[in-house]
Ligand binder design. Sequence first.
Ligand code: M6R
Length: 364
Amino acid sequence: DKGNHRHFMQKEIYEQPVVVAQTLRSYLRPLEEQVALPDMEFDLAGVERVAIVACGTAYYVGMIGKYWIEQLARVPVEIDFASEFRYRDPVFTPSMLGLVISQSGETADTLAALRHMKESGLTTGGIINVPTSSMAREVDLLLPTHAGPEIGVASTKAFTCQLAVMAALAVNLARAKGRLSREDERDIVRHLREVPEAMSKALGHDAEIEAIAPKIAVARDVLYLGRGPEYPMALEGALKLKEISYIHAEGYASGEMKHGPIALIDDSVPLIVIAPSGPLFDKTVSNMQEAQARGAQVVLISDAEGIAQAGENTIATIEMPKVHPLIAPLVYAVPVQLLAYHVAVFKGTDVDQPRNLAKSVTVE
Ligand code: M6R
């Protein structure tokens, strides 16, 4: 049931503050201000490496997870597309945790990768939305997302709930490895608890985003830029746009622009810049300005501080609340999803059932 929404995708975008809060509730102990995972039969302190495997949007959660786990727990993380993983003959070490991420828990490539990890003797974990799925049954440690059924082919609420669980895992690993003070953990828990409200504020910009959509809908190519954890967000933005609006889009790490893609820039190319203010902001802005000097039509997604500093000469700015860098990907997901949604609606495509795509890809 779509309720009073026009599409399942729109409904699922709007559900995010509630389902992310629901997911976080099962991983946070508010009184102790601690993060907690379900009981497990192995000791996280023994994990020396993490190998993440996923497809599509779930893969981008893995990329963001690599930033978080390495930064907080100082445990090296490698990440592969599930379809590539087995064929590169990866090196397994005994203290490696194999982690799959999947909404459906049935994606054929991810399931095959999981089985390969198990056969190779790895302990496995899974961030999975469908609790009765094959992957949920086969992993050693199930880390459920509580997004509820996701109907729209374009993944939205599953993505942000996966991020919430990934953050909880990174914090637990950091604590197990003795890398996190009690005070730092409290701090992180407070920031995570701010996510649902920050997401609601982001949703409050829906009408402005809808107003930008016609300008993007006429483009042949759209580029998304981000740096650090916002780089995978740029990839996610581009994937979302291509799958439902059929406009060619690419995500780039901001610093990579001048190594090739800047050749594409002229005044017909919208550039969506995902850049919360903070330590990485100035560098991203200088990459953005290089593109602006060549005519790029910039949409800047930032907070008030970032927009005050760099919002000039853009075709639009979308103001997000000021948030801690750790939770920024969860909040910035909202405008990225809404932009793809409104462009697709403006173009009149089948938003919930885009051509050539299935909700769950059960062939390798
Ligand atoms: O069910 P899964 O999370 O394993 O699915 C993985 C991808 O097929 C999925 O995220 C796909 O990329 C979405 N259509 C993206 O919106």
